[in-house]
Design a protein around this ligand. Sequence first.
Ligand code: F6R
Length: 612
Amino acid sequence: MCGIVAYSGKKAACPILIEGLKRLEYRGYDSSGVSLLNGSLQTFKKKGKVKDLENILPKEELTATLGIGHTRWATHGEPNDVNAHPHLSGNGRLALVHNGIIENYASIKEALIKRGHTFSSETDTEVLVHYIEELQSEGKLALEEAVRQALLHVEGAYAIVVIDSQEPNKLVGAKKQSPLVVGIAEDSFYFASDATPIISHTNKVVYLKDGEIAVAELGKELVIRQLSNIEQKLDVQELSLDIQQIEKGGYEHYMLKEIDEQPKTIADGMRGRLNGKEGWTRLDGLEEYSNRISSVKRIIIAACGTSWHSGLIGEYLIEEFARIPVEVEYASELRYRNPIIGKDDLVIAISQSGETADTLAAVNLAKEKGALVYGLVNAVGSTIARASHCGSYLHAGPEIGVASTKAFTSQVTLLAIMALNLGMKRGTLSNTTYHRLISALEQIPSQLSKVLEQKEQIKYIAGEIKSATNALYLGRGFNFPVALEGALKLKEISYIHAEGYPAAEMKHGPIALIDIYMPVFVIATKGGSYDKIVSNIQEVKARKGKIIAIITEGDETIKDLADYYIEIPLTEEALTPLLSVVPLQLLSYYIAVMRGCNVDQPRNLAKSVTVE
Ligand code: F6R
């Protein structure tokens, strides 16, 4: 977790760092800080948001042209001014920002204390900067060499940037298991946890690899070395990310903007990957490894949170259309339980950020065990995308709101294309069904636009149930994972306790909770289990629960039964999640806004979970 940013160039560093930190705030927002080098180090740190940090900055212009910044999501030590980064060495010469966890910090700290070091914070990061300082002064080492030697003894995950008041033109960055990007412009260098703070300044970037140290010294070429000290060839990439894409575009919250973008993001995900008229689907990742994929015996989907929910829909889609057995695993469980995975397995890793530590670990484990790994990732150039053998990008554009919305529908879209493609190749899907489903998928963006037109009604319903303290979400078949996702959206941004269940499971426990105070969201669209879900609705009504139903357009039966309903256009049953989830996203959004919650940055959460 945490976001880091650094700048060295000819301009004033502070505004560049603050702007960068604001872009990275989705990674953590419990405290932030900057260190600026202007002869000596000036450090400002503050608990709270980046705007709280701005409030304590001196009014007079800060002229330093080199500095580092950090926005924190606490792992060691509570969020407060002292634990905020940057952390300084004991002699005040070095400042360091860190994203990750130094696992062996306690033993290093103990040894340093014995040698006379004192610490002001409870963080693992302060230990690291003291350690670098000690090596530097003992060996009279250049900053990068002291950093290298220290990191040889560090266990855990890190992306760091360090500056030294006695080497005033130099930024030294290093990474292992946490992301770090270097931006290269004509007369300046940038470091950041992702490219968003960099792209308004330069589109030339280098993604550091695990175990690499980068030395950016003004007037010289960027130098990258491995921890073993071997110099690496520079792999400079040109980014095509558009800064407009990551700004709010007139919306009050990123989450609403991202919900509204879904007709476009789904269409973007399909572009060049299917064609209804000509009747084909194509995913480059599948083509690249077609021989191997044609012989897989099993698919394992590994993911976390919302991405895990899309994985569950993927299981239903792939088993239905391609008849390959699928297991969906929480990445955090898979990696710790010595799973049976082998060369006949295809592991699909799903991740919006491409940085989730548990999903990345599952990818590495699957590779070690000989499986083929397919990444379904949104963030271009992210660690999981690079670690996978092959894969497909979602092309949903940057998702900034902490609650995942457009990434979910893009993941489901890609999984549907994958299931259809595999089904067609394996002959498990008739030509007619294949063509019918491709055409139905192509209709989804325009159908979704119709769902989004119902915001006023959805807002009204949100107002009616905003004071609930608990909520139940029910769905069957393809819509069971949508019930889980609806519940997750509500709890994470509005702090209302919510649970998702397969509708038939309600009788086995949750029905005991139902009374007049319990809103029950039921995804009750037309399909194979329609009659059964109507019965489930009756069961809830008999216990006086309040029904909010997501129904197929024109369904008069459920309109009569439900307290509130939202209609979605008719589509193929397997594709309904792409439409049915959106009213649930909007309901959560409006309820959270009405309850005064911070929708884009809910408490205790972060967008990119790079800790285990
Ligand atoms: C929920 C949410 C999280 C993420 C999860 C995985 O709205 O955003 O549950 O889905 O942390 O993140 P990624 O997809 O980046 O691996």
